[in-house]
Structures are given as C-alpha cells and as structure tokens.
Design a binder for this molecule. Structure first.
Ligand SMILES: *Cc1c(COP(=O)(O)O)cnc(C)c1O
Length: 348
C-alpha cells in the first residue's frame, strides 16, 4: 500500500507517553511525574463555579488574565510571556518557527524524548550530545554545535540533575541561536535561570503548570523571553491554543504561590526519605532537584518494573541505551513511597 505520509513521518517512531490509567483505578502512579497533591483549592473553586458563558465564547487568544497573574507572581513584564497548551505546545511552536534542514536543533542526551520527536517531524538537522555517566555539562560540544535551537532541560529528565546558572549563562553568551531552558521541574529545584532572560535576547525559559502546580490534566505551560523573540512564536501558535477553562483555573493556581510552594516542600522532604530507603536496598540513586529519582536497581530493572506493575505500582522504564538498567520513580506521598518500598522488599 502506498504511504499517505511524508517520508519523514513514515521514518518516525512517534513519542511514547507513559501509561495513563483512569483516575479511581487502584494504582500507585509513579511513572509520569505528576504532583501527588491536589491542585490549589482556589483553582478547584474556580472550576466548580465556572459560568457557562465562558464556554459559549471563544477564549482570549493570549490568555491575558493568566499572563497578568504570572507577571505578578514572577515579577516579569506581561509581554515577555507566551502561554501554551502545555509546554509541549510551546516546544512544538519553537521547533516549527526556528528549525529546518540546515538549521540544527542541539541538545544533551539523555533528556526529554519529545525534543527528538519534534525535530524528526520538522525534518531539521539534529545534534545529540551525550552526557557523561555522571552528567557533567558538555559545554564545549554544545557551543561548537551552534544550533538554531539548543534545548537544555534544567533540572533534566530522566537524570534529575540541574545545570548550574553560571554554565547556562556562559552557554547563552556563546550561542548565536536560541537557548531554550526547559524548567518543567524548577519548582522542586534550588535555583532558576529566569534572570538570564534579562541578560540575553536569545534565551527562552519554559515553564509548566503540570508538575509544580498539580495541573497536568489542564494543559497549561508558558514561555518567558524578550518580546522580540516571542514575536515570531506568536505568528506560529494556534490562535486559540489555550482554552477558557485552562486560563481561568490556571490563573487561580498561579495566584496561589504559597500553596504550590508548600506542596513542593513536602515533595522535597519525601524525596530525601525515598532516596535513603532506596539506597538502603543497595540501589544507586542519583541526586535529584525534581519530583522524581533516577535509580539503578540492584537487579534487573525491567523485571522489577513488570513485577511492580503486577502489584499495582507504576514506575517508568525506558527501553533505550543507557537507561534500560534504570528506573525513574516519581516521588509520591510518604504513604505511597512506603508502599513502594514494601512492595520492593517483597519483589526483590
Ligand atoms: C513534563 C515535562 C514537560 C511537559 O510539560 P507539559 O506542560 O505537561 O506539556 C516539558 N519538559 C520536560 C522536561 C518535562 O518533564
């Protein structure tokens, strides 16, 4: 049968998301880095009281209420913010706006798998620079590659490590293309690179409400950069990429920084306990500035992943080189983490 698709689409594998069982399924879900705590009560109240008139009309194409709340929460000008249907939407817009054959996309590996998927879709040149075993930052290689886009997830997934601000600053100063710093996990980290958007016109910081704000199902993310850099992206994005509900609920969540920070503190405390418990089992656990831990079990990772799945506990197993002997574990509540350790003691 002839293919209906472009040859690049035929050649793609496509992004394989983590398993998503329905809410209410009796399962401990530690595979896709959701926050174990509910969203801000203020955000839930907005959802419950929603006036249906918001649904009858088209939404604000720029989500200005959300931009205003974000501007106040992060102390950046409102027109330095672009809102997306999750940060995945913005990653897609960036790749479509900046990459094509002859204009390369560069990133250190292993990292967020979507970067590769998007580049394959766009048929742009792709330069993947391997991290060393202990995740030293490959500065010279990243500079030498001179990408039209350079993606750096900081903190990174699946390793959990953060890149020092001084390294990101140096990299930004040496690149002529756009440096995208994906801060999906910044709410659990020690520092942010946000200051760099003031220093460099080629830096774009990417944030999401999916992890820190417990709103992965809402689909809301945003970019922060100087207006000149955002202007090209605004041309590309779908006009109504953020729906009315996401704008209203997300605005309330953004206004409740205290609640988000309290939950992040709880996650960070649990992360410490869980890392200790796993090390006590003889596992290697990488230091993490995120809401997950990269671990190397003392025996076969895939078997442990499958055995835990049988007991109703989902972890993330990546069947790819360098990661197929490891498991990525989202930090749950203390109770969920205790049940994980108990199940591991049975399984091992
Ligand atoms: C979760 C994640 C995202 C995607 O966030 P959404 O806003 O849910 O699309 C982006 N980058 C990294 C590194 C992530 O882990």
């Amino acid at each position: 049968m002839p293919s209906y698709f472009r040859s690049s689409v035929d050649a793609m594998t496509g992004y394989i998301p983590g398993e998503q069982p329905k809410p209410g399924t009796p399962i401990i879900k530690l595979n896709t880095n959701e926050n174990p705590y509910p969203p801000s009560p203020n955000a839930i109240a907005v959802l419950r009281q929603l006036d249906p008139e918001w649904l009858r009309r088209y939404p604000d194409p720029y989500a200005n209420d959300f931009r205003q709340a974000t501007s106040e929460a992060l102390n950046i000008p409102k027109d330095w913010i672009m809102v997306g249907n999750g940060s995945d939407d913005i990653l897609n817009v960036i790749v479509r706006a900046c990459a094509e054959p002859g204009r390369s996309v560069v990133y250190p590996m292993p990292t967020y798998v979507l970067y590769r998927t998007l580049v394959e879709m766009q048929v742009a040149d792709r330069v993947e620079i391997p991290y060393s075993e202990n995740y030293e930052f490959p500065m010279d290689e990243l500079i030498a590659a001179q990408g039209a886009i350079t993606f750096v997830a900081s903190p990174n997934s699946p390793s959990g490590h953060a890149i020092a601000l001084s390294n990101l600053r140096h990299l930004a100063s040496k690149l002529s293309g756009v440096l995208v710093i994906d801060e999906a996990y910044v709410d659990f980290a020690e520092e942010t690179a946000l200051a760099l958007v003031h220093e460099f016109e080629n830096v774009l910081i990417l944030r999401t409400l999916s992890k820190g704000y417990s709103l992965a199902g809402l689909r809301l993310g945003f970019a922060i950069a100087q207006p000149q850099l955002l202007s090209g992206l605004f041309k590309i994005k779908d006009s109504y990429n953020i729906d009315a509900i996401a704008t209203l609920v997300g605005t309330a969540a953004m206004q409740d920084q205290d609640y988000k920070n309290e939950c992040a503190e709880k996650v960070k405390r649990s992360r410490k306990t869980l890392a200790l418990d796993l090390r006590q089992l003889g596992w290697k656990v990488w230091d993490s500035q995120t809401n997950f831990l990269l671990t190397q079990p003392s025996s076969n990772a895939e078997k442990i992943y499958l055995a835990l799945k049988e007991c109703g506990i989902l972890l993330r197993y990546f069947k790819q080189s360098r990661l197929d002997d490891k498991l990525r574990i989202t930090v749950g509540t203390d109770e969920q983490n205790r049940r994980l350790i108990k199940a591991l003691n049975n399984v091992l």
